[in-house]
Design a protein around this ligand. Structure first.
Ligand SMILES: [Zn+2]
Length: 552
């Protein structure tokens, strides 16, 4: 579908932005926003999402409010807007009181067309009051998937956005996200209460990203593979881990190997994270070793490789994280190291993701024993009252309780209990609902595992996961495509079947097997269709079972 924009917009694009041709999806989004629809744009990182609100901000009569999760991201956006002579008001916790006051003053004087702010600031009545003096023409929610507690980047402060939208007179909303499955889109629309929603999905296929999976067995092999990949790849890169412990271990291991590495995870201090990020962005440090805490809003065009040293929790997370590579359009490699044991780490995260009935009951009790007179409690106060419940889990639980109408969230972010509710029964029913949700999460993890184990084209699998049609059946560059092309060039004859070989499907981990040309190796993983074998030189190769013979 192509949308033709009015000539006035085309002229604006040429004259102010020096743009003659829009990228996929941009015209549809701009058109939908200018027509006053709520719009959800699913566009890969680096596909020009900001243009989708910059253009309307110049055309619409009134203020455009842009909500971003990260202050670092906002700084970058502010500089770009200044370059377009759209001096934005910036209101966040990092600009200092005086600067924030000045920004609020100028908003109150209606000097600005754009204000950049965070979801936390939007919960501040003073900020809302200043914005309210303007006619708000558009509210933009960047990284909109953060509002979904089903998403891997859930940010509880996003839950306050719908209140702000109402307080600002319900302007049209533009929700932007890099990637979203249908379930996530549905949840974003529901949470943000989007009306007459127009969803625009731009193409997710980026042929410059070259995907591969390498199988490893054990921590030593993982470190060795990470070292060799980092040594081999040119340019800047990110090594992602699932756990803080592994991030620290690999960081130390790479440093020992003489690599220029920085470290970033949720347990680093704010100053450490800032320094690491700055060193990586400036190119002072070539490789970043990080958990998924690192990356959202990182706009470094020349990331040449991304290694996932451990299995991520979902294909969505994997696609988003690898999407940070190759934004300049040049080739970039995305390699997943897969150890069959890694799934246990993710299973552990899943098991602890949702609060159970007992936790919910504890929270309800903490909100006040008597149903009628309990004063609302802030999140901090509740956290103090329940030190055994992790903060994030507490927030998820409170959202669940509000959704079930057992608790209520007030404008200032505090919570109280709704009177006259049969709490015990309702708590049990939400717990059951979340048990169901856990099952879906397990299916999400299964999809990730399937990707890691499969011999199909990686891109074909990713696009299929997002329900996107029209991509290539074979990308021609991923490890599976390359292997298939090689196999077509050098067909290997099956080994003659022996009495034991006839039941070749029954290989098990640890079996010694012989493969023609490669010699004897050890089975490290199997499924019905294939067997992964590690050879003495450390390589792991994949075989159809009938090409293998069991060794005594
Ligand atoms: Zn492929």
């Amino acid at each position: 579908m192509t949308t033709s924009l009015p000539d006035s917009i085309r002229r604006l694009l040429r004259e102010r932005f020096d743009i003659r041709r829009l990228r996929p999806g941009q015209a549809e989004v701009i058109d939908s926003v200018l027509q006053g629809h709520d719009t959800l744009a699913v566009m890969p990182t680096g596909s020009g999402k900001s243009l989708c609100y910059q253009v309307p901000a110049m055309c619409l009569d009134g203020l455009t409010v842009v909500v971003s999760p990260l202050i670092s991201l906002m700084q970058d956006q502010a500089e770009k807007l200044e370059g377009l002579e759209l001096d934005p008001a910036v209101v966040n916790s990092a600009v200092g009181d005086a600067a924030a006051d000045a920004a609020l003053d100028s908003l109150a004087r209606r000097d600005e067309r754009i204000v950049l702010t965070t979801p936390e600031q939007l919960q501040d009545p003073e900020v809302i009051a200043s914005i309210q003096r303007n006619r708000v023409a558009l509210l933009v929610v960047d990284e909109a998937h953060c509002i979904s507690q089903w998403g891997h980047d859930f940010r509880p402060a996003y839950l306050g956005i719908p209140d702000a939208v109402r307080a600002l007179g319900r302007p049209p909303v533009l929700a932007l996200t890099a990637t979203a499955t249908d379930a996530l889109i549905h949840d974003i629309a529901a949470q943000l209460d989007l009306q007459s929603l127009c969803v625009v999905k731009a193409g997710l296929y980026r042929p410059n990203l070259i995907y591969a999976v390498q199988h490893v067995a054990g921590d030593d092999e993982r470190l060795a593979q990470v070292r060799s990949l980092v040594a081999r790849e040119p340019g800047a890169g990110i090594v992602y881990t699932a756990t803080v412990r592994e991030a620290e271990r690999l960081h130390a291991g790479l440093k020992e190997a003489g690599q220029d590495v920085a470290l970033y995870h949720g347990r680093c201090t704010a100053a450490q994270r800032r320094d690491s990020q700055a060193a990586f962005m400036a190119g002072d440090c070539r490789v970043m070793v990080a958990t998924n805490a690192f990356g959202m809003g990182i706009d470094k065009p020349d990331v040449r490789f991304i290694v996932h040293a451990q299995l991520p929790g979902s294909l969505d997370a994997y696609y988003q994280e690898t999407g940070r590579a190759g934004r300049d359009g040049e080739p970039a490699r995305c390699t997943l190291l897969h150890d069959e044991r890694d799934k246990r780490v993710q299973q552990f995260f899943l098991a602890n993701r949702y609060p159970g009935a007992d936790t919910l009951e504890q929270i309800v009790a903490a909100m006040g024993g008597r149903r009628d007179a309990a004063a609302p409690l802030s999140l901090d106060a509740l956290h103090q009252a329940l030190p055994n419940v992790a903060r994030r889990k507490l927030q998820v639980a409170l959202t669940m309780l509000c959704e079930a109408d057992i608790a209520r969230r007030h404008q200032d972010g505090s919570y109280s209990r709704q009177p006259d509710k049969n709490d015990a029964e309702a708590v049990r029913s939400i717990a059951a609902q979340y048990a169901e949700r856990s099952d879906k999460d397990r299916a999400t993890l299964e999809a990730m595992l399937h990707y890691a184990r499969s011999g199909r084209c990686r891109w074909a699998m990713l696009l299929e996961y997002y329900g996107e049609h029209g991509g290539p059946e074979r990308c021609g560059t991923c490890d599976s495509c390359v292997r298939a092309a090689e196999a077509a060039r050098h067909p290997v004859k099956p080994l003659p079947e022996t009495k034991t070989g006839a039941s070749a499907l029954r290989f098990a981990e640890g079996d010694k097997v012989r493969a023609r040309r490669h010699g004897v190796g050890t089975v490290v993983a199997t499924t019905r269709e294939r067997v992964d074998v590690r050879f003495p030189d450390g390589t792991i190769r994949r075989f159809v079972p009938r090409y293998l013979r069991r060794e005594a």
